[in-house]
Design a protein around this ligand. Structure first.
Ligand SMILES: NC(=O)N[C@@H](CC(=O)O)C(=O)O
Ligand SMILES: [Zn+2]
Ligand SMILES: [Zn+2]
Length: 431
C-alpha cells in the first residue's frame, strides 16, 4: 500500500508538490504524480514537515492506567503530529530496570501509532541514592538512550557527577529536572508578586538556575553532555547561552505552556494551571521565546503530564502538578513562535523534530524531506482553526490548560514509516 500526498509544501516553501510514500520511505517527489491505487491525501494549502519528536512525555503505564496508557498516549501523540516520543521513568513501578523499559518499548511497538522510547531512571526508585543499571537498560531491546529522574532532581552533586560519567561511557544522555529541593519545600507556584498575593508558597527561579549552572559545570568537567528538562526562567536561558559559549555540551527544552502562559493564570486558583516548574512571569516567557528562536534553547518538549480529575479538581496546594501537551503542542508553537514571526516552518521543523532527534541520536526521525528518507512526516494546515475541548482529546485525562481556547494551525495527518497514523483528527489503527 502506498500513500500519495497531493499538493503539499515541504517546510511551507516553494510550489506545492506531490509526495509518494511506500516501503517506509519517501519514494517520489514531483508534480502531477499518478494515483496508481495509492491512498490519496489532499494536502492543498498544507505544510509538510518531518514528524515531531517529543523528548518529554508521561504515559503513566505501568501504574496509573486510569490517567493514561501507552495506547491512549500514543493516540494523543499521533494526533499531535508526533512520530517518536520519550516516555518518562516516573511510573509505578519506576522504569529503573530493563524489565520495565523493554515492556514500555514493546507495548509501544504493539500499539504502533508512534515510536515509544522509554526513558530509564538515573537512580533506583528515583530516590536519588544509588545509580540504576543504566548499562543493562541501554543494552536491552529498547536500547534506552536517555535517562532521567524527571519529577525529581538528581540533586546530590556527587551522584550527578557519577551519573554523567557513567552516561558518557555508555554514550547515553542524562536529562535533568533542575530543581534544588531544599529551595522548593512546600512550593506550589512561582515565587513572585502573584503567589504572594494569592498566599501560595513560592518556588524561586534560583531553585532551577542553581542546578542548571551546577550541572553545566559538572558536564564540563566530565567532558560529557547534559540535557535540561523544561527550562522555565530567563536566567536559565542566560546560563545556557553562557555554557554553550564555553563549548560545554548542554542542550535544553522548553514546554509549549511555558511559551504561552504566565503566573497571572493562577488568579482563579484553578489547579489545571499547577505545573512543575511553575508558570513564571511575562518576562520569562519572552526570554524563552527568544531563546528558542535563536537556538539557545534547542527544542520544544511537551512534558505531557496527564492527571485524574480528582487530582486536579481540588485545593491548589494539594493538586498534582502537570498539564496535557501532546495534542496542542503544534498549535501553541504556531501561536507563540510562528505568528509573531519568531520561527518560520523550517524553524518549527528544527525545534520540534530535527534537534530533538539529534539530541537523542534517533537517526530515522527528524530527517530531510527527500527521496529515500524514512517517511516519518506530519501535515499541518496553517489556516485551520479549532477549539480545544478536553473531553474530545484522545488522552484519558482532561487536564488541559487550553480548554475552550481557539487556536490557529492544526495537525491534519501523521505518517509513521509511510503509514497513516492520524488523519483528520482520527487515529488509524494498524489494519
Ligand atoms: N511537570 C509536572 O508538573 N509533572 C510531571 C513531572 C515533571 O515533569 O516534573 C508529572 O509526572 O506529572
Ligand atoms: Zn520535570
Ligand atoms: Zn515531566
Amino acid at each position: 500500500m502506498t500513500v500519495l500526498i497531493k499538493g503539499a509544501r515541504p517546510y511551507g516553501e516553494g510550489e506545492p508538490v506531490d509526495i509518494r510514500l511506500g516501503d517506509g520511505e519517501i519514494l517520489e517527489i514531483g508534480t502531477g504524480l499518478a494515483d496508481d491505487g495509492a491512498q490519496v491525501i489532499d494536502a492543498s494549502g498544507q505544510v509538510l514537515l518531518p514528524g515531531f519528536v517529543d523528548l518529554h512525555t508521561h504515559l503513566r503505564e505501568p501504574g496509573r492506567e486510569d490517567t493514561e496508557t501507552i495506547e491512549s498516549g500514543s493516540a494523543a501523540a499521533a494526533l499531535g503530529g508526533y512520530t517518536a516520543v520519550f516516555a518518562m521513568a516516573n511510573t509505578n513501578p519506576v522504569a529503573d530496570s530493563v524489565v520495565i523499559t523493554d515492556h514500555v518499548f514493546r507495548r509501544g511497538q504493539e500499539v504502533g501509532l508512534v515510536d515509544v522510547h522509554p526513558v530509564g531512571a538515573v537512580t533506583v526508585g528515583l530516590e536519588g541514592k544509588q545509580l540504576a543499571e543504566m548499562g543493562t537498560m541501554a543494552a536491552g531491546t529498547a536500547g534506552v538512550r536517555m535517562f532521567s529522574d524527571d519529577g525529581k532532581c538528581v540533586h546530590d552533586p556527587l551522584l550527578m557527577r557519577r551519573a554523567l560519567e557513567y552516561a558518557s561511557s555508555l554514550g547515553v544522555l542524562i536529562a535533568q529536572h533542575a530543581e534544588e529541593p531544599r529551595l522548593t519545600e512546600g512550593a506550589v507556584a512561582h515565587e513572585g508578586a502573584t503567589a504572594a498575593r494569592l498566599g501560595l508558597a513560592g518556588w524561586p527561579r534560583a531553585a532551577e538556575e542553581s542546578i542548571v549552572a551546577r550541572d553545566a559545570l559538572l558536564a564540563r568537567d566530565a567532558n560529557t553532555r547534559v540535557h535540561i528538562c523544561h527550562a522555565s526562567t530567563a536566567g536559565t536561558v542566560a546560563l545556557i547561552e553562557w555554557a554553550k559559549a564555553q563549548n560545554i555540551s548542554i542542550t535544553a527544552e522548553v514546554t509549549p505552556h511555558h511559551l504561552l502562559l504566565d503566573d497571572s493564570r493562577l488568579e482563579t486558583y484553578d489547579a489545571v494551571n499547577k505545573v512543575n516548574p511553575p508558570l513564571r512571569e511575562a518576562s520569562d516567557v519572552a526570554a524563552l521565546r527568544k531563546g528558542l528562536a535563536d537556538g539557545t534553547i534547542d527544542c520544544v518538549a511537551t512534558d505531557h503530564a496527564p492527571h485524574a480529575e480528582q487530582e486536579k479538581c481540588c485545593e491548589f496546594s494539594v493538586a498534582r502538578p502537570g498539564m496535557l501537551g501532546l495534542e496542542t503542542a503544534l498549535s501553541i508553537v504556531v501561536e507563540t513562535m510562528v505568528r509573531p514571526g519568531l520561527l518560520d516552518w523550517r524553524g518549527v521543523a528544527r525545534v520540534m523534530s530535527e534537534r530533538p532527534a539529534e539530541i537523542v541520536g534517533l537517526d530515522d526521525h527528524g530527517r530531510p524531506i527527500d527521496v529515500g528518507e524514512p517517511a516519518n512526516l506530519v501535515l499541518v494546515d496553517p489556516d485551520a482553526s479549532w477549539t480545544v475541548r478536553g473531553p474530545e482529546l484522545a488522552s484519558l485525562s482532561k487536564n488541559t490548560p487550553y480548554e475552550s481556547m481557539t487556536m490557529q494551525g492544526r495537525v491534519t495527518a501523521t505518517f509513521l514509516r509511510g503509514r497513516v497514523t492520524a488523519l483528520g483528527g482520527q487515529v488509524t489503527k494498524r489494519g
